[in-house]
Design a protein around this ligand. Structure first.
Ligand code: MLT
Length: 406
């Protein structure tokens, strides 16, 4: 008899953003004349930078000619892209990361979801609450948790982000092996200082632990004192893996390109307690299960690092940050306490009522879609997340409508 992986039965029936999409489509089919403004899922709305589009077109043309056609690419991604990443995203910021420590992929979602495969199933995991659901769900699927009781999976150490700790979780009070962190944070939009990250790196070193650092939103950082990468902290290359994406800076949500940095020094331990490098394990995993990102997409991503690309990406992120500023201003004026939005495209708002009640109120009365905080974890109850990814005109309209109903 073929049996299923019963761990899947422990999961909530559907993924948060699918749940929301279902409610929105129900609303639109019942109200076909009402227009909806989507400030829910963090999906970009502006077109790709011209520099990327031009490189993309050129690469597609190359695929049409025998002399320039490309088949399977190198396993870790083309060096033309990895070299640029190493130079611009790390070396120029004084961080020593080499091109062969970078793995190009089709998304930070896939990488943050897949990385757990290279670790033992019996490790102790620390996961933030609220959290981007992928980190948690993929560990549930892998059997690293017990059942979900009262909104918490048994066996997980939850790193609570609350008003009391400024939405930056405290260092665990017990031993954990694998720690997920995300800064600028999804969903709260908070950032972590170098001193705060150093405490995590020290913890990982002292406890033979590892940090999985999701930096998908680093391009929104404007405060020069804030770290863009965990590798800005000395010693982090031994105890951290970092995830980056072209989705939110250059608008690649539909085009798909991202990368993961696994430094050569980065280690975990085998059953006998011997230090084991993670780089070869991730390479083995990726070369077995993944065939890379298409050549034209990698060419388009490379163009992000051209002078024109850099300028365009700055303009795009500034545009969304201007939206975020407007959201904070308006929601604060309406009497709500807002977090994030200054170095992040997300604004975390205390709604003074249940998250889903607030979500329904905004959807049904204002035609605005947000994300209910409770969907990100127990500590998110009472909050909503508003995303700044939309046109300025739509954000203005959404804020006007929200002002009328609250
Ligand atoms: C979000 O809204 O949290 C993100 O768009 C999800 C993602 O990037 O996968």
């Amino acid at each position: 008899m073929l049996k299923i992986n019963e761990n899947y039965l422990k999961l909530k029936a559907s993924y948060l953003f699918s749940d929301i999409a279902k409610r929105v489509s129900e609303y639109t089919s019942n109200n076909p004349d009402k227009d909806i403004i989507r400030l829910g899922i963090g999906d970009v709305t502006s077109p790709l930078p011209t520099a990327c589009i031009e490189a993309f077109h050129k690469a597609v043309d190359e695929m049409a000619k025998e002399e320039t056609f490309m088949g399977y690419g190198p396993e870790q991604g083309y060096s033309f892209l990895r070299d640029k990443i190493a130079e611009f995203d790390f070396n120029k910021r004084g961080v020593k990361i080499s091109s062969d420590e970078i793995f190009i992929s089709d998304g930070a979602k896939c990488d943050t979801g897949n990385i757990q495969e290279i670790f033992d199933t019996k490790i102790k995991i620390a996961i933030p609450d609220p959290v981007y659901p992928v980190y948690l769900d993929t560990n549930v699927m892998a059997g690293r948790t017990g059942e979900n009781k009262d909104g918490r999976y048994q066996g997980i150490y939850y790193l609570e982000s609350t008003e009391q700790n400024g939405f930056v979780p405290d260092i665990p009070s017990e031993d954990v092996d694998l720690i997920y962190l995300c800064f600028p944070n999804n969903p709260t939009g908070t950032t972590a200082t170098k001193d705060q990250l150093k405490k995590w790196v020290d913890y990982a070193q002292d406890n033979n632990a590892l940090i999985l650092f999701d930096a998908a939103y680093e391009s929104f950082i404007r405060d020069e004192s804030l770290p863009h990468s965990i590798f800005e902290i000395e010693g982090a290359d031994e105890v951290a893996i970092e995830f980056r994406s072209f989705s939110k800076n250059a608008g690649f949500t539909g085009t798909r390109c991202a990368y993961t940095v696994v430094p050569k020094k980065c280690r975990a331990f085998d059953n006998a307690g011997n230090k084991t490098a993670l780089h070869p394990l991730w390479l083995r995993r990726q070369s077995t299960k993944f065939n890379g990102v298409s050549y034209p997409v990698q060419k388009a991503a490379e163009a992000v690092y051209s002078a024109q690309g850099q300028e365009e990406v700055k303009k795009l992120t500034n545009y969304y940050l201007r939206n975020a500023k407007l959201i904070i201003e308006k929601m604060t004026k309406l009497g709500f306490c807002c977090i994030g939005g200054d170095n992040s495209p997300y604004i975390w708002i205390n709604g003074n009522r249940s998250s889903w009640e607030f979500f329904d109120l905004l959807l049904n009365n204002a035609g605005v879609v947000c994300t209910p905080g409770e969907g990100f974890g127990k500590c998110g109850e009472g909050y909503i997340r508003i995303s700044a990814f939309n046109s300025y005109e739509n954000v203005e309209k959404a804020m006007y409508r929200i002002g009328k109903v609250l």
